[in-house]
Design a protein around this ligand. Structure first.
Ligand code: HEC
Ligand code: HEC
Ligand code: HEC
Ligand code: HEC
Ligand code: HEC
Ligand code: HEC
Ligand code: HEC
Ligand code: HEC
Ligand code: HEC
Ligand code: HEC
Ligand code: HEC
Length: 432
C-alpha cells in the first residue's frame, strides 16, 4: 500500500518534470545530428556532489600543487553544456586517483565514454599522432574546445566558432615560443592569415565575412593531416580541389589550362593555386604590387622566358615598378594559360591581335610581329635582331678596344714625357 503511494508520488513527480521540460522545449535547441552523445550517460550525481563540496569551497586551498585553480562555481558550472546533467565531474574526471584524498597523480580528463567517434577521429589527426608520439605541445581536446567552458560550435562564444578559430589555433600557431618548442612548420601562420585577403574579410565588415575560409575550412577538423601527407586536404595535389570548393569558376578555367591539364596527368611541378597566390598570405590580385610580384612566380619556373621578357620594353618598365605595362598574365592570361598552337591561347595566331589591342588599340597585323621573347643571341628569333645585336656587340667591343689601346698609348706617352722632363730638368737644378 505504502509502496504504491511512493510509486504514485514518484510518477507524479516525473510527469510534472516532463511537463516543465515540455514547456521549455521550444527554446531548447535540438541536439546536433552529427554525434549526439547519450544524454543518459551522466553517472551517479552524488559522486560528483562530493567533488563539488570540496571544489566549491576556498578550503583547503584554491590552487593545486601545480598552481592550477581548483575552485569551481557549481551554479555556473550547472549552466554549461556539460553541467546540468549532461555530464558529472566523475564522467570526465574518471581517473581512480581522484577518488582518494589527497588525489594521487590524477590522469587527464577523458571524453571517450560519450564522444567515442570524435576521440577515434582525433587519434588519426596530426595533433593526435604527435601526442601519442610524445610531442605533448600538440593540441588536445581541451586546447580547441576548452574544459569547463565548452560550448557548441554553433555558439558564437565557442572556441571553435568561425570568428574565434584564428585565436584558438593561434594560441600555438601564433605563439613564437610554442612554435619553437613544438618545431611547428610554417612559423606564425595566424598572423599571416590575419593579414591575408581572407583574414581581412573575416574581421572586416564585409559581405563575404561569412563565406571566407577559416583555418578548418582548408585543413579540416577531426581529419586534419600534415601537408606532406598525400591524403591531406592541403597536400600539393589536393589544393586546387580545396580552393575550388569556393572558387569553382576559377578552378574550372584553370583545369582547362596547360597547367591544370598537366596536374590532371599527375605532373605536380605544374602550378596549382598556391604557387601563384601563396597560402596564408593570399593578397588582392588587383593590386599593382601583387601583379608585379607574380611575374617572379612565373619566372621562377619559366626562367628563359622571364629573361627574354626583361629585355623588352614591357619587362624593363615593369621591373621599375609600373604595373600598367604588360605582365606575363596580360598576354597569356592567369588561369587560362595555353601553348600558342592552341587556338584558344591568348597568344595564338587567332587571338594575339585582340590581346595586344587591349592596350594598343591601334595595333595591326604588323605590330603583333613584335617578339616578346626574342632571344637576341639566336638566329631563330630573326636575322635583323640577330645581326643588329651582333653589330652592337662588335661596335661595343670595338669602342672598348679603341679606348683600351688609346689609354695604353696615352700612358706610354705620359711616361715618355715624364722621363724626358726629368732628364731635361736635372742639369737645370744643378745650376742653382
Ligand atoms: C576533500 C576535498 C576534495 C574532494 C572531495 C575532491 N577534491 Fe579534487 N582537489 C582537492 C584539492 C585540495 C586539490 C588541489 C591539491 C592537489 O593538487 O591535489 C584538488 C585537485 C583536483 C584536481 C586537479 C589535479 C591536478 O593537479 O591537475 C582535479 C582534476 C580534481 N581535484 C578533481 C576532483 C574530482 C573529480 C573529485 C570528485 C571525484 C574531487 N576532486 C574531489 C580537494 C578535493
Ligand atoms: C566535460 C568534461 C568535464 C567535466 C564535466 C568536468 N571537468 Fe574538470 N576538467 C576538465 C578538463 C578537460 C580539464 C583540464 C585538465 C585536463 O585535461 O585534465 C579539467 C580541469 C579540472 C580541474 C583542474 C584545474 C585546471 O585548470 O586544470 C579541476 C579542479 C576540475 N577540473 C574539477 C572539476 C569538478 C569539481 C567538476 C564537477 C563540477 C568538473 N571538473 C567537471 C573536464 C571536465
Ligand atoms: C585542433 C582543434 C581540435 C581538437 C584538438 C579537437 N577538436 Fe573537436 N572540433 C573542432 C572543431 C573546429 C569542431 C567543429 C567542426 C565543424 O563544425 O565541422 C569540432 C567539433 C567537435 C564536436 C562536435 C561535432 C562532432 O564532430 O561530433 C565534438 C563532440 C568534438 N569536437 C569533440 C572533440 C573531442 C572529444 C576531442 C579530443 C579527442 C576533440 N574534439 C579535439 C576542433 C578540435
Ligand atoms: C558523460 C558524457 C560526456 C562526456 C564525458 C563528455 N561530453 Fe561532451 N557532450 C555531452 C553531451 C550530452 C553534449 C550535448 C550534446 C547536445 O546537446 O547536442 C556534449 C557536447 C559537447 C560538445 C559540443 C558539440 C557541438 O554540438 O558542437 C563538445 C565540443 C564536447 N561535448 C566536447 C567534449 C570534450 C572535449 C569532452 C572531454 C573533455 C567531453 N565533451 C566529455 C556528453 C559528454
Ligand atoms: C585558404 C586555405 C587555408 C587557410 C584558411 C589556412 N590554411 Fe594553413 N595551409 C593551407 C595550405 C594549402 C597549406 C600547405 C602549404 C604548402 O604546401 O606549402 C597550409 C599549411 C599549413 C601549415 C603547415 C606549415 C606550412 O606553412 O606549410 C600550418 C601549421 C597551417 N597551415 C596552419 C594554419 C592555421 C593555424 C590557419 C588559421 C589561422 C590556417 N592554416 C589557415 C591552406 C590554408
Ligand atoms: C596546443 C597547441 C596547438 C593548438 C591549439 C593547435 N595546434 Fe596545430 N600543431 C601544434 C603542434 C605542436 C604541431 C606539430 C605537430 C608535430 O609535431 O607533428 C601542429 C601541427 C599542425 C598542422 C600540421 C602542419 C604540417 O606539418 O603540415 C596543422 C595543419 C595544424 N597544426 C593546424 C591547426 C589548426 C587549424 C588549429 C586550430 C583549429 C591548430 N592547429 C591548433 C600545436 C597546436
Ligand atoms: C570557404 C570558401 C573559400 C575557400 C576554401 C577559399 N576561398 Fe578564396 N575567397 C573566398 C571568399 C568568400 C573571398 C572574397 C571574395 C570577394 O571579395 O569577392 C575570397 C577571396 C580570394 C581571393 C581574392 C579575390 C578577389 O577578387 O579579390 C583570392 C586570390 C583567393 N580567395 C584565393 C584562394 C585560394 C588560392 C584558396 C585555396 C588555397 C582559397 N581562396 C580558398 C572564399 C574561399
Ligand atoms: C599561374 C599563376 C596562377 C595560378 C596557378 C592561379 N592563379 Fe589565380 N590569379 C592569377 C593572376 C595573375 C590573377 C590576376 C588576374 C587579373 O588581374 O585579371 C589571379 C586572380 C585570381 C582571383 C581573382 C580574380 C578572379 O578571376 O576571380 C581568384 C579568386 C583566383 N585567382 C583564385 C585562384 C584559384 C582558386 C586557383 C587554383 C584553382 C588559382 N587562382 C590559380 C594567377 C594564378
Ligand atoms: C610552378 C611552376 C610554374 C609556374 C609558377 C608557372 N608555370 Fe607555366 N608551365 C609550367 C610547366 C611545367 C609547364 C609545361 C611546360 C611544358 O609542357 O614544356 C607550363 C606551361 C606554360 C605555358 C604553355 C607553354 C608550353 O610550353 O606548354 C605557358 C604559356 C605558361 N606556362 C605561362 C605561365 C605564366 C604566364 C605563368 C605565371 C602567371 C606561369 N606559367 C607560371 C610551370 C609553371
Ligand atoms: C607582350 C606579350 C607577352 C608578354 C608580356 C609575355 N609573353 Fe610569353 N609569349 C608571348 C607570345 C606572343 C608568345 C609566342 C611567341 C613566342 O614564343 O615568342 C609567347 C610565348 C611564351 C611561352 C611559350 C609558349 C609556347 O606555346 O611555346 C611561354 C612559356 C611564355 N611565353 C611565358 C611567359 C612568361 C613567364 C612571361 C613573363 C615573364 C611572358 N611570357 C610574358 C607574349 C608575351
Ligand atoms: C597590359 C597592357 C599591354 C598589353 C596587353 C600589351 N602592351 Fe605593349 N606596351 C604597353 C604599354 C603601356 C607600353 C608603353 C608605350 C605605349 O604607351 O605604347 C607598351 C609598349 C610596347 C612596345 C614598345 C613601344 C612602342 O610602342 O613601340 C611594343 C613594341 C609593344 N608594347 C608591343 C606589344 C605587343 C606586340 C603586344 C601583344 C602581344 C603588347 N604590346 C601587349 C602595354 C601593353
Amino acid at each position: 500500500m505504502i509502496r504504491v503511494t511512493i510509486q504514485g508520488i514518484a510518477l507524479a513527480l516525473l510527469v510534472g518534470l516532463n511537463m516543465v521540460a515540455a514547456a521549455k522545449a521550444p527554446e531548447a535547441k535540438a541536439p546536433e545530428a552529427k554525434s549526439a552523445p547519450a544524454k543518459t550517460a551522466a553517472k551517479a550525481p552524488d559522486a560528483s556532489q562530493k567533488c563539488i563540496d570540496c571544489h566549491s569551497e576556498a578550503e583547503p586551498t584554491d590552487k593545486s600543487a601545480a598552481g592550477k585553480p581548483v575552485l569551481l562555481d557549481p551554479l555556473k558550472h550547472a549552466k554549461t553544456l556539460h553541467g546540468g546533467g549532461n555530464a558529472g565531474c566523475v564522467d570526465c574526471h574518471a581517473d581512480e586517483g581522484l577518488k582518494k584524498y589527497p588525489h594521487k597523480s590524477p590522469g587527464p580528463a577523458q571524453c571517450a565514454s560519450c564522444h567515442e567517434k570524435a576521440v577515434k577521429e582525433y587519434a588519426t589527426t596530426i595533433h593526435g599522432k604527435a601526442r601519442s608520439d610524445g610531442r605533448m605541445v600538440a593540441a588536445t581536446c581541451s586546447d580547441c574546445h576548452g574544459a569547463h567552458d565548452i560550448k557548441a560550435t554553433s555558439d558564437d562564444g565557442a572556441r571553435t566558432a568561425r570568428g574565434n578559430l584564428e585565436a584558438t589555433c593561434g594560441a600555438c600557431h601564433g605563439n613564437e615560443k610554442v612554435i619553437k618548442e613544438g618545431k611547428i612548420p610554417g612559423g606564425n601562420v595566424s598572423a599571416m592569415y590575419h593579414d591575408s585577403i581572407h583574414g581581412r574579410q573575416l574581421h572586416g565588415d564585409t559581405k563575404a565575412k561569412d563565406k571566407v575560409p577559416v583555418c578548418t575550412d582548408c585543413h579540416g577538423t577531426h581529419d586534419m593531416r600534415p601537408h606532406k601527407d598525400p591524403e591531406s586536404a592541403v597536400a600539393r595535389g589536393n589544393i586546387p580541389e580545396t580552393c575550388g570548393t569556393c572558387h569553382g569558376k576559377v578552378k574550372k578555367v584553370w583545369s582547362a589550362s596547360q597547367h591544370g591539364k598537366l596536374r590532371a596527368s599527375n605532373v605536380l611541378q605544374a602550378p596549382g593555386c598556391t604557387d601563384c597566390h601563396g597560402t596564408h598570405t593570399i593578397a588582392d590580385p588587383k593590386t599593382p604590387k601583387w601583379q608585379l610580384d607574380v611575374i617572379n612566380e612565373c619566372g621562377g619556373c619559366h626562367t628563359d622566358f622571364v629573361k627574354s621578357y626583361r629585355d623588352t620594353y614591357h619587362g624593363k618598365v615593369t621591373d621599375l615598378g609600373f604595373a600598367t605595362m604588360a605582365t606575363c598574365a596580360s598576354c597569356h592570361g592567369a588561369h587560362e594559360v595555353l601553348p600558342k598552337e592552341n587556338p584558344l591561347s591568348k597568344v595564338s595566331e587567332q587571338r594575339i591581335l585582340e590581346t595586344c589591342k587591349a592596350c594598343h588599340p591601334k595595333a595591326n597585323a604588323n605590330f603583333v610581329k613584335f617578339q616578346p621573347h626574342a632571344n637576341k643571341n639566336s638566329r631563330e628569333s630573326g636575322l635583323i635582331l640577330y645581326y643588329t645585336t651582333k653589330f652592337m656587340q662588335i661596335l661595343l667591343a670595338g669602342v672598348f678596344a679603341f679606348f683600351g689601346l688609346h689609354t695604353v698609348l696615352w700612358l706610354y706617352r705620359s711616361l715618355a714625357e715624364m722621363k724626358k722632363r726629368r732628364a731635361g730638368s736635372t742639369p737645370e737644378a744643378e745650376k742653382h
